[in-house]
Design a protein around this ligand. Structure first.
Ligand SMILES: Cc1ncc(COP(=O)(O)O)c(C=O)c1O
Length: 400
């Protein structure tokens, strides 16, 4: 008799964004003429830059001719793209060989799948608040979760686990808090991982938003991390690939666990997992990815990132003018605002929606420590962001 995976019962009932959508729809049903300003969306809105469009088109053209058509490729990804990524890391002082890079269809699936190569009874540390994928994927897999509180008093970067853990998920710049880890903070985790033979899964999906020179963009900028860290990356937010889909995961050959001594053992496991369960990223997407790392692609995507960061700054200034306490939004596209007068996340979400027609994302949806905060995102269109801020200024009433 077939039985369902009982671990699904451990997930929260509603996906966060279905609940926010539901509340917006309900509001619109009563106020059908209301103009809504979405300052919560984590989806990109700017078009793909010219250099990347050129790359995508060139692959489409190749696919249209018998002589240049290609089907399945290497499930670890096109070697040209992996070589170009290896050079890109080299420019930031990080040595990664193409054989340590696995091209994916985006970071989300790798964030969810990576735990599968580690022991089923692994103890997994995740931050609270957290990008929900690490939490839910590990719950579905039946792994034990240990929450590391990321609060205002620790700059929204967690302290080391008090108990022994096996895997630690870290994300910097952070979704949802917009906090960016300093090298010294990552150093502590790398030391912990080395002492405890634990592994760090470092999600660097927002690394290109880091503008300050001394903040690390890759965990591999921390000495010793090749022995204890896997890095997951994405072109979704740095080049608008949310719909095209492309990312990569780095599994260094030096990784050590209690039962793997380096020499590529973990790398081989991930290769086995991917070649069994994944047939490679789209070749069109990979050609687009290659164009992202061309000189023109880097220049044009940097400009786009600046645009989103300017959006972040407009939101930050707008919220601060309303006397709200705001974190993040400097080296990150997300802003984390403290709810006024002890309102809960959902109460403040409703207030913003009903009084100013502004959509935010309730912090409580990212974990217990997210209660009392809402997240704003810089990925909206400039015009909508400006109009949303204006509406907040003109319509948000003091008190409840
Ligand atoms: C922290 C973090 N990691 C990974 C992802 C997923 O990225 P992708 O679109 O590459 O699957 C997101 C998307 O919002 C994210 O916020």
């Amino acid at each position: 008799m077939a039985r369902t995976n009982p671990n699904f019962k451990n997930l929260s009932k509603n996906y966060l964004f279905s609940e926010t959508d539901k509340r917006v729809k309900l509001y619109l049903a009563v106020h059908p003429r209301a103009k809504i300003f979405n300052l919560g969306v984590g989806n990109t809105t700017e078009p793909i830059v010219h250099a990347v469009i050129k790359g995508l088109k060139s692959k489409v053209r190749e696919l249209s001719k018998r002589e240049t058509y290609t089907g399945y490729g290497d499930s670890a990804g096109d070697v040209k793209l992996r070589e170009s990524l290896s050079k890109w890391y080299g420019k930031r002082g990080v040595e990664i060989s193409p054989s340590e890079i696995f091209i994916s269809d985006g970071a989300k699936s790798d964030c969810a799948n990576i735990s599968s190569i580690f022991a089923p009874d692994s103890r997994v540390a995740i931050c609270d608040p957290v990008y929900p994928v690490y939490r839910d994927a590990n719950l579905i897999a039946g792994k034990k979760l240990i929450y590391l509180a990321a609060k205002e008093e620790n700059g929204f970067f967690p302290s080391l686990p008090e108990e022994k853990v096996d895997l630690i998920f870290l994300c910097s710049p952070n979704n949802p808090t917009g906090a960016t880890a300093k090298a010294s903070q990552l150093r502590e985790f790398v030391d912990y991982a080395q002492e405890n033979k634990a592994l760090i899964i470092f999600d660097a999906a927002y690394s290109e938003y880091i503008q300050e020179k001394n903040l690390p963009k890759s965990i591999y900028q921390i000495e010793g991390s090749r022995k204890c860290a896997i890095e997951i990356q994405s072109l979704s937010k740095s080049a608008g690939f949310t719909g095209i889909r492309l990312g990569w995961t780095i599994v260094p050959n030096d990784l050590i666990t209690e039962d793997a001594s380096g020499e590529g053992e973990i790398n081989r496991l991930w290769r086995r997992r991917q070649s069994t369960m994944f047939n490679g990223a789209s070749n069109i997407a990979q050609e687009g990815g290659l164009a992202v790392f061309s000189e023109a692609g880097q220049k044009e995507t940097r400009k786009q990132i600046k645009y989103y960061l300017e959006n972040a700054n407009l939101i930050k200034e707008g919220l601060e003018r309303l006397k709200l306490k705001v974190f993040g939004g400097v080296n990150a596209p997300y802003l984390w605002a403290k709810c006024p007068r002890n309102l809960s996340s959902w109460e403040f979400f409703d207030k913003l929606l009903k009084e100013a027609q502004v959509i935010s994302t309730p912090g409580a949806g990212f974990g217990i420590c997210g209660e009392g905060y809402v997240r704003f995102s810089a990925f909206g269109r400039r015009k909508e962001i400006k109009a949303g801020i204006k509406s907040l200024k003109e319509n948000l009433r003091r008190g409840l």
